[in-house]
Design a protein around this ligand. Structure first.
Ligand SMILES: Nc1ncnc2c1ncn2[C@@H]1O[C@H](COP(=O)(O)OP(=O)(O)OP(=O)(O)O)[C@@H](O)[C@H]1O
Ligand SMILES: [Mg+2]
Length: 401
C-alpha cells in the first residue's frame, strides 16, 4: 500500500534536495521528536498522521481520537491498560506498563482532550505513564507521538495552559496552513479518491526502518563532535541572549517581562527585540532534527556544502523547532511580517547567516586550532558581545576532543 498524503510544496531546499511535509514527518520520527500538526480543517493533518503509522509494523502504533468526554480510564482502556484498576502494587503496575509496546502514538484532535488525559498523552509520547505520582516506563525503548489540532494559533500562546503544555512537550510544531498542497497535488488527490475519510495504510514493505535510523542518529551524535553545529547551537542559546539596554550589554532572559520593550530603540528592529534565545531543550531538538534532515537530504541526492552545509541544516531545524515555541515577539511578527512566523524566522536566518559569514574566517581559524589540539588562549577582540560565547565553546571542545 502507498501512503495517501500528497503535498509537493517545499518546506525547504536542503543541500540541494527538496524537503516536503512527508520528509519532515520522517525526520521527526528518525529524531524521535514529538510532532504537533496544526492547521485549518480538512488540510490533511489526520491523513499525514495516519500515514506515519505505515512506518511501523502492524500493532506497534496506536491511534487515539481526542474527545472531551474521554477520561483517563478510557484512555488506559485504549492502550490496553484496563487491568490497571485492579493492580495493587507498583510491581503489578510495572508488569502491565511493560506490555505496552507501541512505538508510535497518534492523538488526533488533541485539544479536545481533557487536561488530565492530555497530561497522560504527553507522558506516553515521552515513553512513560504516571500513576499516583510514579513514573512507569512503557515497554519500548522507542516511542514517539504525533498530535493534531485545528483551533488556530491562539492555543500555542504561552498564556494558556494548553499552549504551555504543547510547547513543553511537543518538540516540533508545524502550521500546515503555510505549506498547502499545490494545485497539481489537489488534482491528483481528487482524481484518485473522493472519499472524504482518512485512509489507514499498512506498513510499507520498503519502509525505512525508523528505529534503526534513530539509533544510528543517536550514536552518531554521541560519537562525533560537530564543531560547526556546536558553534551554531551555542550562538542560538547564548549569542541570541545578548541585547542592549541603555547602551549596555545585557541578557534578554534576565530582563524577563521587560523584554522586548526595554531594548534600546536603535535595536528595536533587529533580532534583539524579535526573538528570545532557544532553551537547552529546544537546542537538543534542533541538533537531532538537523541531523535527521541531513540524512534525508543525502538520501535524495543532496550534497552537504563544506562551508555552510551544517549551518544551513541547523537553521532549518531552528526554524521548525522555534517558530511556534514561544521565542518570537508576536507583536513585532504581526507588525513586520503580517503575523507570519515562518517569514520572521526566514529573516532571522538571513541575518544570522550574515553574522556567521562575517565571522567565518575567524571561526575557521579557531576550529582549526581546536582540531589540532592547540590551546586556545587570548581570544581576540573578534569575539565580543553576542560572540563572547565562542571562547567557552572552544574551551569545551578542546576538552572533549
Ligand atoms: N494532502 C493530502 N493528500 C491526500 N489526501 C488528503 C490531503 N489533504 C486532505 N486529504 C484528504 O481529505 C480528507 C480530509 O483530510 P483530513 O481528515 O486529514 O484533514 P484534517 O486536516 O485532519 O481536518 P480536520 O482539521 O477537520 O480534522 C481525507 O479524506 C484525506 O484523505
Ligand atoms: Mg483531522
Amino acid at each position: 500500500m502507498v501512503r495517501v498524503y500528497r503535498n509537493s510544496t517545499e518546506l525547504m531546499n536542503l543541500h540541494g534536495a527538496p524537503i516536503y511535509m512527508a520528509d519532515m514527518l520522517n525526520a521527526c520520527l528518525r529524531g524521535r521528536l514529538n510532532l504537533f500538526l496544526q492547521g485549518d480543517t480538512g488540510s490533511g493533518k489526520t491523513q499525514l498522521a495516519a500515514d506515519a503509522m505505515s512506518y511501523f509494523p502492524e500493532g506497534k502504533s496506536l491511534f487515539i481520537l481526542g474527545r472531551n468526554d474521554m477520561d483517563t480510564r478510557e484512555l488506559f482502556q485504549q492502550i490496553n491498560l484496563e487491568k490497571l484498576k485492579t493492580a495493587k502494587s507498583s510491581s503489578e503496575i510495572k508488569e502491565l506498563t511493560d506490555k505496552i509496546d507501541a512505538n508510535l502514538i497518534v492523538v488526533d484532535e488533541l485539544p479536545n482532550c481533557l487536561p488530565a488525559v492530555r497530561a497522560q498523552v504527553f507522558n506516553l509520547f515521552d515513553g512513560y505513564i504516571e500513576i499516583s505520582g510514579r513514573k512507569y516506563n512503557i515497554g519500548k525503548d522507542y516511542s514517539v507521538g504525533i498530535a493534531t489540532g485545528n483551533i488556530g494559533q491562539k492555543f500555542t500562546e504561552s498564556s494558556n495552559e494548553l499552549g504551555r503544555a504543547l510547547k513543553d512537550r511537543m518538540h516540533v510544531i508545524i502550521d500546515t496552513d503555510y505549506f498547502k498542497p499545490t494545485s497539481a497535488d489537489t488534482l491528483e488527490i481528487l482524481s484518485g479518491n473522493t472519499n472524504p475519510r482518512v485512509e489507514f495504510t499498512q506498513e510499507e514493505a520498503n519502509s525505512v526502518n525508523i528505529i534503526k535510523s534513530y539509533k544510528q542518529l543517536e550514536s552518531e551524535l554521541k560519537k562525533q563532535i560537530h564543531f560547526e553545529k556546536m558553534l551554531v547551537v551555542n550562538y542560538l542559546i547564548h549569542g541570541l541572549d545578548i541585547c542592549h539596554v541603555g547602551g549596555v550589554l545585557t541578557s534578554k532572559t534576565k530582563l524577563k517581562e521587560s523584554w522586548p520593550n526595554k531594548v534600546d530603540s536603535n535595536q528595536q528592529g533587529s533580532d534583539e527585540a524579535l526573538v528570545l534565545p532557544v532553551s537547552i531543550r529546544a537546542a537538543k531538538s534542533i541538533m537531532r532534527l538537523s541531523t535527521a534532515l541531513d540524512e534525508i537530504a543525502k538520501s535524495k541526492g543532496g550534497k552537504i556544502d563544506a562551508d555552510f552545509g551544517d549551518f544551513d541544516s541547523m537553521m532549518q531545524a531552528y526554524k521548525f523547532v522555534s517558530a511556534y515555541s514561544g521565542v518570537l515577539n508576536d507583536a513585532l511578527v504581526q507588525e513586520k511580517y503580517n503575523g507570519d512566523k515562518y517569514s520572521a524566522m526566514d529573516a532571522l536566518i538571513e541575518a544570522t547567516k550574515g553574522e556567521f559569514e562575517r565571522q567565518k574566517e575567524n571561526l575557521a581559524r579557531m576550529v582549526e586550532m581546536v582540531k589540532k589540539g592547540k590551546k586556545i588562549k587570548g581570544i581576540s577582540d573578534e569575539f565580543q558581545g553576542r560572540w563572547s560565547f565562542v571562547e567557552g565553546t572552544l574551551e569545551g571542545l578542546v576538552k572533549q576532543s
